[in-house]
Design a protein around this ligand. Structure first.
Ligand SMILES: Nc1ncnc2c1ncn2[C@@H]1O[C@H](COP(=O)(O)OP(=O)(O)OP(=O)(O)O)[C@@H](O)[C@H]1O
Ligand SMILES: [Mg+2]
Length: 387
């Protein structure tokens, strides 16, 4: 059925007088209503027109590619419901029409103008990009198999700096020592469930998240047994990655503190992460382990997580008064170039004091230089494109 046929079907029976009056105005119709019912000349004329005009259907997918000039008559002739008879008649007398508005660019009737607003919404919705199912939080692992290099201190204070900037942050304490958990005033010996239950018994991670300055998935001492308990599990390297899926959409950043080893817990962190921050104490011996960490990361990239990258190497506990510390930073920069953050975390007693109060340095002494070191680091990470 063509567009004119649709019009015939929609002729408004409740308004025969109007139909006649308008038709008579154009001198096209006999005044007898009885004749108009079956052999109305207008109907004949419409049928002739329909045969003369090739049927065209509006194809939403291709309407942008087709010329509007070519289409505009078709669409122009599509009448509003109540103007049908008049506009149908006019369609047969285009010569007598005033010059249509479509000659002017702005007033031109376009296909989209003739679509009901609700349909336009539908089309717009279809043209909008699909929601990105893969969009999720930046997952940053803080790793260095050397102990005491400020992994936990950096995880917490950088996480709180992100939260200060308005980001939703989850910290994960993947270290059986439970230092991160303790640094937020939670006793790891008293938690009912911990990451052990998540990694070994598949307890939902949401059940072990506690709200403090940031949200924290807590550790307990039995996490020390997790590596052995997981060792026979299929997909043991991906247990954390799998558990995170439940909450990943709720956060902008997930910050994972790891133990001072390259065992299964750290491998779980590196497999779940897309970025790694490596805190390095500014001492020569602290840097020797970086090659081993790089090798482990390469193994993870090749076998488990091709997307994981080193976000940066962070010089920590920097004592600018000593030549040794300065030289250590120079050695770092010579070997790792741009991978070394420009931010420096200097030595400050506040970093030792804050965990005793169960808080980050940013909360413990918000205006201190120590707090600002991590605010600067947060800015640098954000400037690098995170979140
Ligand atoms: N910038 C700093 N200045 C002074 N002390 C610091 C600094 N950063 C961290 N510390 C202190 O150094 C100690 C070790 O820090 P932290 O626990 O963060 O290291 P870690 O790498 O997590 O250790 P582990 O390997 O045992 O988990 C802590 O007592 C902490 O308070
Ligand atoms: Mg630690």
């Amino acid at each position: 059925m063509g567009f004119l046929s649709r019009k015939k079907k929609n002729l408004p029976p409740a308004e025969p007088e109007r139909f006649e009056r308008e038709s008579v105005d154009h001198g096209l119709v006999d005044r007898s209503p009885a004749v108009a019912e079956e052999t109305h000349p207008i109907v004949e004329e419409l049928e002739q027109m329909e045969q003369a005009v090739p049927e065209r259907r509006f194809d939403r997918d291709s309407y942008e590619e087709e010329s509007y000039v070519e289409d505009e008559h078709d669409f122009e002739e599509e009448p509003a419901e109540h103007d049908e008879p008049e506009r149908a008649v006019n369609a047969g007398h285009e010569d007598e029409q005033d010059e249509p508005e479509e000659e002017e660019d702005d007033g031109r009737v376009k296909a989209v103008d003739l679509i009901a607003p609700t349909r336009l919404d539908f089309i717009k919705r279809e043209e909008e990009p699909e929601p990105d199912e893969t969009a999720h939080a930046e997952v940053i692992a803080f790793a260095n198999q050397k102990g005491g290099v400020a992994k936990t201190t950096t995880t917490l204070n950088l996480a709180v700096a992100f939260a200060e900037s308005g980001y939703r942050v989850l910290c994960i304490d993947l270290d059986p020592q439970g230092n991160l958990t303790m640094s937020q005033g939670i006793d790891p010996d008293k938690v009912e469930k911990s990451l052990y239950d998540v990694l070994v018994n598949d307890v939902p991670i949401s059940e072990i998240i506690v709200k403090r300055e940031i949200d924290i998935a807590v550790a307990s001492i039995d996490l020390a047994g997790a590596e052995i308990a997981m060792s026979t599990k299929i997909g043991r390297e991906r247990s954390l990655e799998k558990a995170l899926k439940e909450v990943i959409a709720d956060y902008d950043f997930v910050c994972i503190d790891t133990p001072p080893s390259l065992g299964l817990l750290t491998i779980n962190a590196l497999t779940a992460a897309n970025k790694v921050i490596v805190p390095v104490q500014c001492e020569y011996l602290s840097m020797r382990g970086l090659v081993q960490l790089q090798n482990t990361l390469r193994m993870i990239q090749e076998n488990l997580n091709p997307d994981v990258r080193i976000e940066g190497i962070l010089p920590t506990m920097l004592d600018t008064r000593t030549i040794h510390a300065k030289e250590a930073v120079e050695i770092l920069e010579e070997n790792f170039g741009d991978l070394v953050f420009r931010s420096r975390i200097r030595k400050a007693i506040k970093f030792a004091e804050a965990p005793v109060k169960g808080s980050s340095v940013l909360k413990y002494d918000s205006g201190s230089s120590a707090a600002n070191y991590y605010r600067e680091l947060a800015k640098e990470v954000l400037a690098n494109g995170s979140a």
